[in-house]
Design a protein around this ligand. Structure first.
Ligand SMILES: *Cc1c(COP(=O)(O)O)cnc(C)c1O
Length: 392
């Protein structure tokens, strides 16, 4: 045994000899880890619960598009082959739907991969990106990875966008202005005219990263999914995903739309086989599945409305959402309420990661899931209110 020890020195021994392990890049020291929603199996195992409802990651409560599932099943016999490195069929189908050329599209391993790839393609050390706060963490992740700086601009009252304060934050070093619309985690959106005003005002060397992951859920007349601005040649990169309304979060596929020049640069840093073959056929199936998209949108619009009314009844404030989640204000007891909901088998997302320690973000579920969430929340509120009452 002592022999094998000398061949495989433990960490302690290495340090004793003054040997440092290989050093990670300096940029990594600045990076914050991503904090995902807790998976169902983990909460089941930890708390010994049979039924756990996850309303924490904005997944589609109706499940995946049946056409996508069917396409995956049909393709299983082919998985010994490498996938199409250019995702040609999917890009062609998307191009037709969106009235773009295939050269204006890139398919990626989830929208998240696109956010990393665009950072690798365009950000030098010391460059800046401008993003409102609170928003999706992956823009800052990509910037930090490249040693670039994220300039955070607070939202207005009610988490409304203010184009003027975003423009004021733009400097010589700004490469991206990141707009998530509808915004995660607030559900607020940037009206079409305001996006146009931003695009008109920015110098052409600044790319607007327009993350439209939740575009299919938006019901406001003045919402835009951004594609019209790609078609008319503005400096904009639209980020899309199959993880939300298409219900394919587990299979990892997303895409980007921009000018051919922007797409060409991003393609240069992409791994050849970044999107697996099952993801490609699943996405191709999903975009033809009108019935699944329509049903998902309807369940969400109705569920969102029902949640508003139920939250009103409980006397809770929330931000009206154009998305498939609602940011709910719970006051100073929010963390405790979040933990107690978890113990009852309801997983929501606690807002501290976005600097919103008084809030939780809850995904709109099925009718039944929404009802179970509200009844658990109402129980928890009663428990905490009773406990907080001074003893008579
Ligand atoms: C979910 C999400 C994405 C993309 O997620 P992937 O699963 O990586 O496709 C992008 N932006 C926002 C704001 C999201 O919420």
């Amino acid at each position: 045994m002592s022999e094998s020890k000398s061949i495989h020195p433990s960490n302690k021994q290495e340090q004793a000899k003054g040997q440092e392990p290989v050093e990670a890049r300096q940029a990594l020291k600045q990076m914050k880890p991503y904090s995902p929603g807790k998976p169902i199996w983990e909460v089941q195992a930890e708390l010994g619960l049979d039924r756990v409802i996850k309303l924490a990651s904005n997944e589609n409560p109706l499940g995946a598009s049946p056409k996508a599932v069917e396409a995956v099943q049909r393709f299983l016999g082919e998985v010994h082959r490498y996938p199409d490195a250019g995702a040609v069929r999917l890009r062609q189908a998307l191009a037709e739907q969106l009235e773009l050329s295939p050269e204006q599209l890139i398919v990626t391993n989830g929208g998240d991969e696109l956010l990393t790839l665009m950072s690798e393609a365009f950000l030098e050390e010391g460059d800046e990106i401008v993003a409102p706060t609170p928003t999706f963490s992956e823009y800052e992740f990509g910037a930090s990875l490249m040693g670039a700086v994220t300039v955070s601009v607070p939202f207005e009252e009610g988490f409304r966008y203010n184009i003027d304060t975003l423009l004021e934050a733009v400097t010589e070093r700004t490469k991206f202005v990141c707009i998530c619309s509808p915004n995660n985690p607030t559900g607020t959106y940037l009206p079409r005219n305001e996006l146009l005003r931003l695009l008109e005002a920015l110098p052409s060397r600044v790319l607007v990263v327009y993350d439209a992951a939740y575009s299919h859920y938006a019901t406001a007349n003045d919402y835009t999914d951004g594609m019209e601005f790609v078609r008319s040649g503005y400096p904009i990169l639209v980020v899309q995903t199959f993880s939300k309304i298409f219900g394919l979060a587990g299979i990892r596929v997303g895409f980007g739309a921009a000018s051919e020049a922007v797409i060409r640069s991003i393609l240069q840093v992409k791994e050849p086989f970044n999107v697996n073959a099952l993801a490609q056929v699943a996405a191709s199936g999903a975009i033809t599945d009108r019935a699944h998209i329509e049903a998902s949108r309807r369940v969400n619009t109705e569920g969102r409305q029902w949640l508003y009314q139920a939250l009103d009844t409980l006397g809770l404030s929330y931000t009206e959402s154009m998305s498939n989640f609602v940011l709910v204000e719970l006051g100073s007891g929010a963390q405790q309420i979040y933990e107690r909901l978890m113990r009852k088998g309801i997983i929501v997302r606690y807002g501290a990661i976005w600097g919103l320690p008084q809030c939780v973000r809850v995904t709109v579920g099925t009718e039944e899931e929404n009802r179970l969430f509200i009844s658990a929340l109402s129980e928890v509120l009663q428990e905490t209110r009773t406990e907080l009452k001074p003893v008579q």
